[in-house]
Design a protein around this ligand. Structure first.
Ligand code: NOJ
Length: 571
């Protein structure tokens, strides 16, 4: 396989808001490429595929945890925050990854599960055996298990309580997630200092950003529900000040699975900023809801709610990631509807969500895959792709928990899908061999060889997005239409004048969720008489009427991205 490098814009590396115009790609090191034949992906494997990622148009990688860990929660159970899991490589190899990514103008964002550790972490071992020692107060201990009654249980499939009795210390410890993941005690200044120093440790190595895992849960209180408590926000503000002062240009990303206003709180304010980015959890399930209900109203409602954020803050938009497709941010009625459409087999469910990959969720429909990606790439915020979704990889619901969608990347039709040369029985997870998604059919090599493949389509749409800064930097205005299945909005950007190619532009985006062709009239007031041109091929579309209305026809589950020109002439 060989790839040609895309042209990069001069000055991009110096842009403090680089994350706003970046395309992110979540890659699990364990699942991507095994360079030494031990059956597990590793850092050298990932380094060997940076050319592929650059060819695809990826600007930044998000790496889930690769620290020392007993791997009982996919690495989110860390036993040493300053060490790399030996089967993935070494700290020096990680440094090499950062250097090689930077050589390609690609950035590295790493995951940091700061809320908790593994029970194998030395801090916990010392805390449980020596309550009066230096680590005695590093965790949340109690003589009873009845504190913080209003704090919900997140892993409802496996946990009955947020407290577990430790037979060594003879006290209960608090845990928001698995009972082998004790929560750190953020009331303790020494813990907060450790966290800041761990961020420094990795940023000193050149890391461009940190995803703050489970960020709402740092502090608990009797009065609140333990999600986004005021001291949690205070702590993030301090962390942000440190990053801005010591590592300008590096970013913090909030993983806060909450309602729009609560997620937006993790951006802080102009005066007291918190995270640069936050994942858009409320929007994501509504894209899937609209695809099946053929109604755009829920998406319209939530999009109208989530737009007001401080300057410099940006959403991280995603369709899928390494977790279940969480349904916590939808009503019970919608949740049940989505289980019916997308998780008709109980095996497909996990906690409050669906543990399937994008292509199987959409029943491998090319029209739906294109529509979903077109939304992903045009909503305000930066798109986050999940490895393998660019080729429409399948999942394996016979594997436990979220491993269903963490199987090896499918590179070729050869042994182990080109992921590893190990004996197939030695792989950390088996490659997908199902009828529809078998690696012999779904793999990078064969999709590179077909010009109309999903892979080439995704690459093309990424490059179209990147040619129009309005998608990363512009505002959004949701438009009213006369069709319940249609979502329409205008993205507008005035241009900054500071970057080459940073042009002002208005783009009209129209999506139809209907399972049949439709005709729709859209209110585009403000652009009366403007000419419209398709962003992909330049095709000329009907001009917007003098009264601001526009009537379009759309095929089944299709979309348009249209450049809005000036009234009466091309521009
Ligand atoms: C959020 C991560 O995305 C998930 O994979 C993990 O299980 C929990 N945090 C607990 O660390």
């Amino acid at each position: 396989m060989s790839f040609t490098a895309p042209i990069t814009l001069p000055g991009l590396t110096l842009d403090l808001h680089w994350y706003k115009r970046s395309v992110f790609y979540e890659v699990m090191i364990r699942s991507f490429v095994d360079s030494n034949g031990d059956g597990t992906g590793d850092l050298q494997g990932l380094i060997s595929r940076l050319d592929y990622l650059q060819w695809l148009g990826v600007d930044a990688l998000w790496l889930p945890p690769f620290y020392q860990s007993p791997l009982r929660d996919g690495g989110y159970d860390v036993s040493d925050f300053r060490a790399v899991l030996p089967e993935f490589g070494t700290v020096d190899e990680f440094r090499e990854l950062v250097t090689k990514a930077h050589e390609r103008n690609m950035r590295i964002v790493m995951d940091y599960p700061l809320n908790h550790t593994s029970d194998q972490h030395d801090w916990f071992q010392q805390s449980r055996s020596d309550p009066e020692g230096p680590y005695g107060d590093y965790y949340v201990w109690s003589d009873t298990d009845d504190k913080y009654k209003d704090i919900r249980i997140i892993f409802v499939d496996t946990e009955e309580s947020n407290w577990t009795f430790d037979p060594i210390r003879r006290q209960f410890f608090f845990h928001r997630f698995f009972s082998h993941q004790p929560d750190l005690n953020f009331e303790n200044p020494a813990v907060r200092e450790e966290v800041a120093n761990i961020v420094r440790f990795w940023m000193d190595m050149g890391v461009d950003g940190v995803r703050l895992d489970a960020i709402p849960y740092l502090f608990e209180s009797e009065e609140g529900n333990g999600e986004g408590e005021p001291p949690t926000h205070e702590f993030i503000k301090e962390l942000r000040s440190m990053v801005d002062l010591e590592y300008p240009g590096r970013i913090l990303i909030a993983e806060a699975n909450q309602w729009p206003r609560e997620v937006a709180a993790f951006f802080g304010t102009e005066e007291e900023p918190e995270c640069h980015m936050a994942f858009d959890f409320p929007v994501m399930p509504r894209i899937f809801y609209s695809l099946r209900s053929q109604q755009s109203d829920e998406l319209v409602r939530i999009l109208s709610e989530t737009t007001d954020i401080p300057d410099g803050a940006g959403w991280g938009v995603f369709l899928r990631n390494h977790d279940e497709l969480t349904l916590e941010m939808v009503s019970e009625e919608y949740r049940q509807a989505m289980y019916g459409w997308y998780a008709y087999d109980p095996r497909m469910r996990s906690n409050i969500g669906i543990r399937r990959r994008l292509a199987p969720l959409l029943d491998n429909s090319r029209a739906e895959l294109e529509l979903a990606h077109a939304i992903l790439f045009s909503l305000p915020g930066s798109p986050f792709l999940y490895y393998g979704d660019e080729i429409g990889m399948g999942d394996n619901i016979w594997l436990p928990d979220r491993d269903s969608s963490r199987t090896p990347m499918q590179w070729t039709p050869d042994r182990n899908a080109g992921f590893s040369t190990a004996d197939p029985g030695k792989l950390f997870l088996p490659v997908v061999q199902s009828l529809v998604y078998n690696y012999a059919q779904i793999n990078v090599e064969s999709q590179l060889a077909q010009s109309r493949s999903l892979l080439h389509w995704v690459r093309n749409v990424i490059h179209v997005r990147k040619a129009h800064p309005v998608f990363g930097l512009g505002t959004m205005r949701v438009l009213s239409t006369d069709h319940e299945s249609v979502l329409a909005f205008v993205r507008s950007y005035e241009g900054s004048g500071t970057h080459f190619g940073d042009q002002a532009e208005d783009v009209l985006c129209v999506f139809s969720f209907a399972h049949n062709p439709v005709s729709v009239t859209i209110d585009v007031t403000g652009h009366e008489g403007a000419a419209l041109y398709d962003l992909f091929g330049g095709g000329v579309f009907p001009t917007i009427n003098e009264d601001g209305t526009l009537t379009l026809t759309l095929g089944t589950q299709s979309f348009y991205w249209l450049h809005i020109g000036s009234a009466g002439g091309r521009s």
